[in-house]
Design a protein around this ligand. Structure first.
Ligand SMILES: *Cc1c(COP(=O)(O)O)cnc(C)c1O
Length: 228
């Protein structure tokens, strides 16, 4: 077997393992396993590494940089119908139109300038990716996201000033803190605002996120292996 084939089989096997663990965590939390959707985070991996994961049945993929995604996904999407692409990384307003053109979901709406640029892109392209607001639950100065206390007013502005329908919230907890506290906060905020989608949980903590109501988990290295 070639090295590429070995890597591909490894990813497909790990994908099955992650799916199984999500199902177990969902049942333990009294949730329908189908209410949790797995996003395979393929950032830094190329089309040769991604294709076998699509062939193993995975349809939702996440990327954190628009430019990187533009380099590999248009061709992959053409070859594989049904792939759904999620932008999970911070967005710059000069990339907003490109993001609207390529992505099916954008998880990282976090300021007025971006909301406005996304709305303009949707208007001019007649395309409507589904939208989540990123919340900086740890209030880390270097991290993207709106502060928890400003989420409600920002979601309202997205609706009233920019005509954007926000369907849920996303967070990326601080690396050195207990993620459960952040997942609980995000769940509480989403419930209060009546938003159905919760994007939270990565390779190290997706089962915890499922226990707190995640509807999307974003898992990279546990499927693709360590990033170089
Ligand atoms: C890279 C990334 C992930 C996946 O991280 P892993 O630890 O590899 O599972 C999830 N969410 C965001 C926003 C990311 O940038």
């Amino acid at each position: 077997m070639s090295e590429a084939q070995t890597i591909a089989e490894g990813a497909a096997g790990r994908l099955a393992g992650v799916r199984e663990r999500i199902a177990v965590a969902a049942k333990k939390a009294g949730r329908d396993p189908d209410s949790v959707r797995l996003i395979a985070v393929s950032k830094t991996f190329d089309a040769a590494a991604i294709s076998p994961v699509i062939e193993a049945g995975q349809q939702l993929f996440g990327e954190n940089r628009v430019q990187e995604a533009q380099g590999k996904w248009p061709a992959l999407k053409e070859r594989h119908a049904g792939v759904e692409l999620h932008l999970i990384g911070p967005l710059q307003s000069n990339k907003a139109a490109d993001a609207v053109a390529l992505f099916d979901w954008i998880h990282s709406i976090d300021r007025d300038k971006i909301a406005k640029a996304i709305a303009a892109g949707m208007e001019s392209q007649g395309r409507a990716p589904r939208l989540l607001v990123q919340v900086n639950t740890g209030e880390e100065p270097q991290k993207a996201g709106v502060a928890p206390g400003e989420t409600e007013s920002f979601v309202a502005r997205c609706r009233d000033e920019y005509g954007l329908k926000i369907e849920g919230l996303m967070c990326l907890p601080p690396l050195d803190e207990e993620p459960a506290l952040h997942f609980a906060l995000l769940e509480k905020l989403a419930k209060r605002l009546g938003l159905p989608e919760l994007s939270m949980g990565m390779s190290a903590d997706y089962e915890t996120a499922v226990a707190f109501g995640a509807t999307f988990v974003r898992v990279g290295s546990a499927i693709f292996g360590a990033r170089g």
